[in-house]
Structure formats: C-alpha cells, structure tokens
Design a protein around this ligand. Sequence first.
Ligand code: COA
Ligand code: ZN
Length: 312
Amino acid sequence: MGSPASVEIIEVGTRDGLQMEPVFVDTKTKIELINGLTGAGIRHIEATSFVSPRAVPQLKDAADVLAGINRPAGSIFSVLTPNTKGVERAIAAKADEIIVFLSGSESHNQKNLNRSIDRSLEDVSAIAQCVEGVEIQKKGAIACSFGCPFEGDVELDTLKRIAGHFHSAGFRSLTLGDTTGMATPGLVERTVSALRDAFPEMRLTLHFHNTRGIGLVNVVAGLNAGVDSYESSLGGLGGCPFAPGASGNICTEDLVYLLNEMGIDTGIDLGRLIDVALRMEAVLGRSLPGQVMKAGPRSRLHEYESALRATG
Ligand code: COA
Ligand code: ZN
C-alpha cells in the first residue's frame, strides 16, 4: 500500500506532554501554547484530560483551558475521558471529541484506571449511552497496544476484543497507543493490517512514544500500511505517570519535517511550530528531546565564515 498524500497530525503535548511534569503549568500558559499550535496550523489538538484531578493534578484545570482557547473554524479539540463523570465534564466544557481509553494489558489498566479491562469495557458502553444524541465525536484508544511494561507482548486477540467492543458501542475511530515505546515496524504493520481486516470501517490513529529511538521509523511503517493519522507532542514531551520507563511522544516538529520531506501534506507551518516548541522549552526550563527545533530543517544553512576550519 502506498503512503497517503496527506496526514492528520493530532497534537497531544498539553495532555500526554504535561501530565507527567512535576511542575504545574498554569492555565494561562497552557492556553497560550494551544493558541500557538492553532496559529501554526494544527487543527486537531488533544488539549487536556477529564480524569481524576487526584490521579493527574497537572490537568485539573481542564475546563478552564477549554474555556480560554481560540477555536479556529474547522479545529477539533479532543479530551481524554475514562468514565461517565469525565464525559459529563467534557460535554459541559464543550469539547469537540472525547477519547475513551483503556489498556491492552490488565496490569497497566489496573495501574492507570484502577480497574480490570472488563470493567473498563462496561464504562465504554456506559459512555456510549451517555453521549447518545449529544453533538460530540467519540474515539476509542487502547494504551499499551504494542506491548506492556509489566506483561510484555499484548495479544492481537485482546486488541481485537477491545476494538470489537468499541465498534459495537458505535465508535468508528480508534487510536493504538504505544505507551512505553515497545512498537517495532513489523509489529506495527501486522497490528494495523489485522485490525483493519477485522474492522474495515474503523479509522485508525497511531500514537508512538520514542522511548527506544524508533518512533519515526514506526511512523514510516504506519504510512506504508496506509495509516493517515498520527499523534505527536510538541518538543517530544510526554509519558504516562502510571507506566514505568515511559518517556516522550514522537516529536511533532520532527514528524512534520519528515512528512514535508516525504512530500506528504500536513497543513502545518514548521517554522511557527518550532517557535511554539521553543516556548514550551522556556516554560519548562529545560531542553526537550525534539531535534528539528535545535538543528532546524535541512534548508537552514550556516554562514561559511562562522565555522571552524580544521587545520593540522
Ligand atoms: N473527573 C473528575 N473526578 C473524577 C473522575 C473524573 N473523570 N472520575 C472519578 N473522579 C473522582 C470521583 O468523583 C471520586 O472523588 P471523591 O473521592 O472526592 O468522591 C474519586 O475520583 C474516586 O472515584 P472512583 O470512581 O472510585 O475512581 P478511582 O479511584 O477508582 O480512579 C479513575 C479511577 C479512572 C478516575 C482514575 O484512575 C483516573 O483518573 N485515571 C486516569 C489516569 C490517566 O489519566 N492516565 C494517563 C493517560 S494514559
Ligand atoms: Zn502516550
């Protein structure tokens, strides 16, 4: 299958990125960062989570963030919601899309959501009922789709069972999350093809972390498998507080750069995006993993006279 001509990038930096930060980033700064992202042309942003504020204090201001941001025409602001309480809060805050998540592994689901997979699947059904007749999009997400830090491999049959439950509950889009960077290119192609065969009408999004340095390689595998939707994080920030060893998502600027160079359209202005990533670095007061934000695109050249010359 050939690569798609255009790709949707879903920015998750203010959700996946900030959820693990030790310092609370204030609401005004979160709003400024999100407005910077839409200013750079990003039209789909997973802005925050409506989860327990005790579990993820960094995102306790979810409703205020949604209330304060600019919403350019055609933009979609998604939020993570694990249960009906989160969904009710998301509807009240006028989110465009809820992302209903659980894990492909029992142990990670217990750590992350304090319940079994079966109990989470009951929550999926309850949520589907809760949004019936409400004008809000719904998407499923399976964390640890490509491996679990406690259990190792996750069976394809488990993914199919969870995807099937989402499908029966009326979900038609699904994110496969690689929470701790355990995906590899072959595994990505096999998983995508198995899920696509089982649920051809389900739109798939891939969510990779660069924990083992092959996040963008996995994107190329996803492109080869025909997937046209990817989640990534500004500056490569990110990680799940309830998964040992979790580290940053694939970096949005690096992903945009890669896709630009492959001739795949994203609608995003790379220069403006780099400015927002630099702002995120300044906010957090440390260097982020993103690489194109440091080196610039390959079109950024250097003054010949300013470089050292090696003389023996
Ligand atoms: N928003 C706000 N508060 C919520 C909530 C939500 N979506 N869901 C539950 N709560 C509150 C309850 O009202 C209750 O509060 P109280 O003690 O003041 O009465 C408290 O949280 C416990 O509720 P309970 O239903 O027993 O939840 P729990 O303790 O079993 O935790 C989750 C379950 C799902 C709420 C919690 O594990 C969670 O928020 N996990 C999210 C993890 C996450 O975001 N991970 C990163 C993304 S991969
Ligand atoms: Zn993630």
